[in-house]
Design a protein around this ligand. Structure first.
Ligand code: GRF
Length: 293
């Protein structure tokens, strides 16, 4: 459990301890303060007392935790945590973070587009994040029909301009693109495009990087390599894109088992299921985390 929290909050063991101490101390402080306030009202203990107590501690909990977080050096973490909590509790998953600009996403895909479809569905009606564009390098690819059905503009790109021209940076800017998500996009992203969207390009790789990554490691090749190596598990890696193949900072990895009965196709199916389950939410989380400070 501690390991999971560490990964989720991206903190060291020592920092996790301080955060947990803040939670515990802030919570106790809040309980004491709640009881004291109710004592002043002179109210008898009973159902009303309990209801008021719950309402009170809900209201003062953030203040208590923030107060305790200051001497423990965790104010930054808790400010962000509480802001997110309110944001989620108020059912604002799909509402604009007050005062923030809508984030526009361009999905790059070369194939069937099942991941693109899941992301489009997940973000449909989301007023903080919008899939503003689908970029494809292959006429007739499945993803084009998916985008058209969802009313999303499609930009078909050609090799020369992508690798040696302006890398379509102007076109992407024309759609006010803030983020690029590679969902089964088979061309290597040129350095010029990476620089134009520094830290804002997310990729999904169908294996547990750094294993089975690099040039030529895409689609079925990955799953065949996993099969040949008799791996007992594989999975997905969602990561930021840098100038090297399958190399940037990892955002999330999820695993699935590989049994002796599995072949490349059945492994691909398991991996696809993981992608559909985790990719859309991971994209949303990365973007929301970047705008909720
Ligand atoms: C996915 O397995 C993805 O990880 C890989 O290409 C595949 C795309 O599948 N890079 P789809 O087009 O989204 O169905």
């Amino acid at each position: 459990m501690f390991q999971k929290l560490q990964t989720k909050w991206k903190v060291s063991g020592g920092r996790l301890l301080l955060i947990l101490v803040t939670f515990a101390t802030g919570g106790s402080l809040c309980g004491i303060a709640g009881r004291k306030i109710l004592e002043w009202t002179g109210l008898e203990k009973g159902v009303l007392w309990v209801i008021l107590y719950i309402v009170l501690i809900t209201l003062i909990w953030p203040a208590c935790v923030l107060l305790v977080s200051i001497p423990l050096g965790q104010f930054g973490f808790f400010k962000k945590y509480i802001r997110k909590l309110f944001f989620r509790m108020s059912g604002q998953k799909n509402n604009m973070v007050l005062g923030e600009k809508q984030q526009n996403l361009a999905i790059f895909a070369s194939g069937a587009g099942s991941n693109a479809q899941k992301i489009i569905e997940h973000l449909s009606g989301h007023t903080s994040i919008k899939v503003a564009l689908v970029v494809c390098n292959k006429a007739g690819a499945g993803v084009i029909a998916i985008a058209e059905k969802a009313g999303i503009p499609v930009l078909i790109i050609e090799k020369e301009q992508f690798f040696r021209g302006n890398h379509y940076v102007d076109e992407l800017r024309a759609y006010n693109t803030d983020w690029i998500v590679l969902a089964g996009f088979l061309w290597k992203v040129p350095v010029g495009l990476i620089a134009a969207f520094a830290g804002r390009i997310i990729n999904i790789h169908p294996a547990l990087l750094p294993k089975y990554g690099g040039k030529g490691m895409y689609g079925k090749h990955v799953h065949e390599a996993v099969r040949s190596a008799n791996e007992t598990e594989t999975g997905i890696t969602i990561h930021f894109v840098d100038e090297y193949y399958d190399h940037g900072k990892i955002i999330l990895q999820e695993k699935c088992t590989v049994t002796p009965e599995d072949d490349a196709d059945s492994i691909a199916q398991k991996v696809h299921a993981l992608e559909h389950q985790y990719f859309p939410k991971a994209v949303e989380d990365v973007i929301l985390n970047s705008i909720i400070k």
